[in-house]
Design a protein around this ligand. Structure first.
Ligand SMILES: [Zn+2]
Length: 356
């Protein structure tokens, strides 16, 4: 077992570099694990910048919640964070996947390419083939830290060690209970209690309304949405499914600006995303309510160290998932509850409301 006292002692001051700057400088997306291999560019998925930067040690944020649809590049935010920790701010980290098996698969399919393909990480974690490398599928040692990968179904794994960094991935696929020892999320978060400057990153596509962990976590945050400007009238708005319009061919779908009602084409998205900004939707509402009911104080004020982001696949960059394909997928799914549930979860990034 690793001696953890050296971690707590603080071997060196934290880097002031932000995770997004580090990623642009150092991160190489691998041929095997990425649809767009090569240098990582934050401007390809500009909405990830604020999420990644909240994970930087220079940010006072402790807990970052990300509820999302598919094909928005959300996985890379977590990967960049891991790379950053190994290179810039070493410490003990726990990565929790839904099961131990899925954790092993994630380690081989995602973590290993991350370590091999970015030159500045290549030598930081020793070759797993060398003896005493401290490098196995479930555990990667590096100077000043370790990344341990486990599953939410393993109470032993969740209690393995104190951690400064906790990455809870796809939490809506976690079992309700880890080996009858309680909620895996709670068990894992308890591991961070001894660290003053901890970071917790909770990511998932939601599942069923009321049961969804990521929905519950997101509701306890300041609930940030990504506002993008209309290319015609410059009105900033959240992209919503009800504003997607098409006639007979869903692939020709356009977005109708909620302000000027003019059509926005899919290719406009690049510029819209570039100029977009995250805004909390909770702060204003809560402040207004506060005048009437004192007890409903703004959540964002109660929990200044917790932030939450929601992003649907309607924000997927040009070349990944178009509004037309989202519409086509909707047409295929709309008459079947199971398909429509999956579409709602993965495309809109929203929990599904069960009937009855
Ligand atoms: Zn407009």
């Amino acid at each position: 077992m690793v001696d953890l006292s050296s971690y707590n002692a603080g071997l060196r001051p934290d880097s002031i570099l932000k995770v997004s700057d580090w990623a642009d400088e150092n991160r190489i997306l691998s041929q095997t694990a990425s649809s767009e291999p090569g240098k990582f560019r934050t401007d390809r998925t500009p909405y990830l910048k604020e999420i990644m930067d909240a994970l930087s040690p220079s940010s006072p944020i402790e807990k970052v919640v990300f509820m999302k649809g598919a094909q928005v590049g959300g996985t890379e935010a977590g990967n960049n964070w891991i790379g950053y920790i190994i290179d810039q701010a070493p410490g003990p980290m726990l990565v929790v996947q839904p099961t131990v098996e899925m954790g092993k698969r994630w380690s081989k399919g995602r973590l290993a390419p991350l370590l091999e393909d970015s030159p500045c990480l290549r030598n930081k974690v020793k070759d797993p083939r060398s003896r005493d490398s401290g490098n196995t599928v479930q555990s990667k040692e590096f100077a000043g830290g370790i990344v341990v990968v486990t599953g939410a179904n393993s109470a032993v794994g969740l209690r393995s060690m104190p951690v400064r960094y906790l990455f809870l991935d796809e939490v809506d696929a976690y079992p309700p209970d880890a080996d009858s020892e309680g909620d895996p999320l709670t068990l894992a978060i308890q591991r961070t209690s001894t660290f003053a400057r901890k970071k917790i990153f909770i990511v998932s596509t939601p599942t069923i309304q009321g049961l969804s962990r990521i929905e519950r976590e997101f509701k306890e945050t300041d609930q940030r949405y990504y506002f993008v400007p209309c290319p015609h009238c410059d009105f900033f708005q959240i992209l919503k499914w009800e504003n997607i319009k098409y006639d007979s061919d869903p692939l020709q779908a356009v977005y109708v600006c909620e302000h000027c009602k003019r059509n926005i084409e899919n290719h406009h998205k690049t510029e819209m995303l570039r100029r977009g900004r995250w805004e909390s939707t909770q702060r204003d509402a809560a402040t207004e309510e506060q005048c009437e009911v004192e007890s409903t104080a703004a959540i964002s004020i109660k929990n200044p160290r917790v932030v939450g982001f929601h992003l649907s696949s309607l924000y997927s960059p040009v070349g990944w998932l178009s509004w037309g394909t989202c519409a086509q997928n909707y047409e295929r799914a709309k008459d079947d509850d199971q398909l429509l549930k999956a579409w709602t979860n993965t495309t809109l990034g929203l929990p599904w409301e069960e009937k009855g």
